[in-house]
Design a protein around this ligand. Sequence first.
Ligand SMILES: [Mg+2]
Length: 362
Amino acid sequence: MKRKRSADSESVAGSRTERGGELALLARIRARAAAAGSSPSVRLGIGDDCALLRVKPGEEIAVTTDFSIAGRHFELAWHPPEAIGHRVLARGLSDLAAMGARPLAALLSLGVPAKLAECSNSRGAKFGEPRQQCWIDRFYDGLLALAGKFHTPLAGGDLAESPIAAADIVLLGAVPRGKALLRLGARPGDAIYVTGSLGGAASGLEIMKGLAGAEKMPGAVGLRIPRKLEAALARHLYPQPRVRQGLWLSKRGVATAAIDLSDGLSTDLQHLCDESRVAAEVNAVALPISAGATLTQALHGGEDYELLFTARPGARVPRTIAGVPITRIGQVVKRPAKRPLVTLISPKGREALEAQGWQHFA
Ligand SMILES: [Mg+2]
C-alpha cells in the first residue's frame, strides 16, 4: 500500500512523521472493509488512487455527502463509538433511500484526535492477549455492521489526525434512469405517508442527556448504556435507514415525491412543499408516534430517518413495505397565497405547523 498526502481512496494525511500506528490502522481498516463484504458494484476498492464502481446500463448515479462533527452531530463523551459510526453511515444511506437508489459504495473521510486512534496492544500484542479496543475500531464496528446489512462496501476514504473528531461520508447509489424519487412532484390531492414511527430519536436523545447528566465521570469513549434503556435509545443510537422501502417505491413508481426525515417532519415536509410548489395538511391523530415519544418530538424531532412520501389518491399503498409500517398522515393541498405551507389538524382545530426542526446557523 502506498502513502500519499492527497485525499485519495487510501491515503493517510495529516502526519509529518511516519508512524507504524497509522499504517497498521490503515491496513486494519482495509482488511475490515474487505471482510465486511464485497459487492459486484465495486470493481476496485481501497488500495488504489481511486475506487472503480460499476453500474448497470441505463442507471443514473445518486451522490450524497454528509458531515458529522463532534459537539454538533455527536458527543464523544456520550455516544458509544459504534453508534457514532452507525449514525454517520445511516445519514448517507437515508438520503439514498429518499431517492429510491440502490447503495453502490461509501467513501469516508475521518479526522480524529490522536488519542482516539491509540490502541494499546494493537501492535505487538502477544498471542492470545486480547487487543484493547480503541475508539476508532469501535467506530468502524458500528459503521461496517450497517454497511454489511445494506451491502454498501466501504470503497475508500481518507484518514487524518484532527483536533476534533469529524466524519465526512459520501454515499453513491444507482437508480434506473428517470426513476429516482424527487422532492418535486407532489400535487394537490395526493396523500402523504410516512414509514415507521416518529419522535423516537428525539425521545432517545432526551434520555441520553439525562444519562450524561447522571454520569459522574464522563470519559471520551461514550456512556455505558444500561441494558434496560437499550430499546428506548435504539432509535436515537442506531436509526435504520429505509433503503428497502425507498427501492420499493421507486421500482413500483408509487410515490409522486419523497424526502427522508432527517431534520424533523415540520422542517422536511416544508422542504418537499417548497420543491413541489404545494402545501400540506397533517392530521395529528394519524401520526405514528414512537413509544415513549411526545407529539412535539414526532413533529419536530429530527434524526428519525424515516421516509415521507406522497402518492396519488387512488394509488395502492400497502400497509407495510419490507416489514415496516406505512401510515397515511395527511394530504397535499394547493399552495396558498400566504403561509402557512403546512397546517396541523388536531381535535383542537387547525394551526400552522412552523418548521422547528434542526437548522444550522439558526
Ligand atoms: Mg435527506
